[in-house]
Design a protein around this ligand. Structure first.
Ligand code: UDP
Ligand code: MG
Length: 308
């Protein structure tokens, strides 16, 4: 009999957790010929999430929880879940019911009968998300696709069921800066996509704001592309070319600048512009360096404070 491990990162999910557990348990129980386990990862919640998890796991032998010593982020929670899961198939689900449990049965069919290694949910429609977030999200995914040459499309999230081979491949990627969408794409494997309508979270608030989404997007690019490191070279070459033309023109052509106050301001603006470009390039270098610095420290990806 096959076993499905359901991995659930939870951060301040007291409002939706019980409903999630009941609905998902109902869906997974309806799949014939499988056993299941829930692995709830409490990512340092500040509300009563942990109390609810203790209660659920006390009543249900198929449930385990792991509570982090602080908030390590969803990426770390997913990694911890995969690491402790022992099912033949693993599925990652959000605790807010935005990943419809009724898809579990189709996902299981895809990975157990249709020969796929992975079956991933692809969210269509972004009704709950707002215009600005949807627009930025579309833009980001088209940029990251071009820069990384990997398949990371808008709507393709972490909701996916995978077989043991793929789960083990993901666990082999032990980087500290984890960008799981990129990791899924990097490891490859045959993936079937199932579309589902975007639903608003059952209760509670999203943990993302515009600033954290920007940081996440930037992290994604830095983790899977070195293309930004070429920018200083390209810009440097361009500026060198412009400087040569101006130099030749200055030496041979008619005198370009007369000493008026306007020209002094113009020259000052150019100097500030060039220096700001340099700063931006140093910033990009620094970002890669800081990622490498943190990677080299080999710190643990998460720390467990309590589990059952
Ligand atoms: N989550 C987590 N750690 C965090 C932030 C979020 O484990 O630091 C969990 C959260 O509890 C939920 C899932 O990750 O189960 C997705 O989070 P959220 O619903 O806030 O993201 P959104 O659906 O808005 O992208
Ligand atoms: Mg959500």
């Amino acid at each position: 009999m096959n076993k499905i491990s359901i991995i659930v990162p939870c951060y301040n999910e007291e409002e939706s957790l019980s409903q999630f557990y009941l609905e998902t348990k109902k869906s997974v129980s309806s799949i014939s010929g499988v056993t299941y386990e829930f692995l709830f990862i409490d990512d340092g919640s500040k509300d009563h999430t942990l109390d609810i998890l203790r209660l659920i796991c006390h009543k249900d032998q198929n449930c385990r929880y792991f509570s982090f010593s602080r908030n390590f982020g969803k990426e770390a929670a997913m990694y911890a879940g995969l690491k402790h899961a022992n099912g033949d198939f693993c599925v990652i689900m959000d605790a807010d019911l935005q990943h419809p449990p009724k898809l579990l049965s189709d996902m299981y069919d895809a990975v157990s009968k249709e020969g796929y290694d992975c079956c991933a949910g692809k969210r269509i429609g972004r009704e709950g998300d707002g215009v600005v977030r949807s627009f930025l999200s579309h833009g980001f995914y088209s940029v990251i696709q071009k820069l990384t040459h990997m398949n990371m499309s808008d709507g393709a999230g972490d909701f996916r069921m995978m077989n043991r081979t793929m789960a083990d491949a993901i666990l082999q990627m032990q980087e500290y800066n984890r960008y799981t969408k990129g990791i899924f794409s990097f490891v490859g494997f045959e993936t079937k996509w199932i579309e589902f309508e975007n639903v608003e979270r059952a209760a509670g608030q999203t943990k993302w704001n515009l600033k954290s989404l920007f940081a996440y997007a930037f992290d994604g690019i830095l983790s899977f592309s070195t293309a930004p490191l070429k920018l200083p070279g390209i810009l440097g070459a361009l500026l060198f070319f412009i400087a040569c033309i101006l130099g030749i023109w200055g030496l041979t052509g008619p005198l370009f600048f007369h000493q008026t106050a306007d020209n002094v301001v113009f020259v000052l603006a150019v100097v500030i512009l060039l220096s700001s470009l340099q700063m931006m390039m140093v910033f990009i270098l620094g970002e890669y360096l800081s990622k490498d610095y943190l990677e080299n420290k080999k710190r643990p990806i998460y720390i467990i404070r309590e589990s059952n």
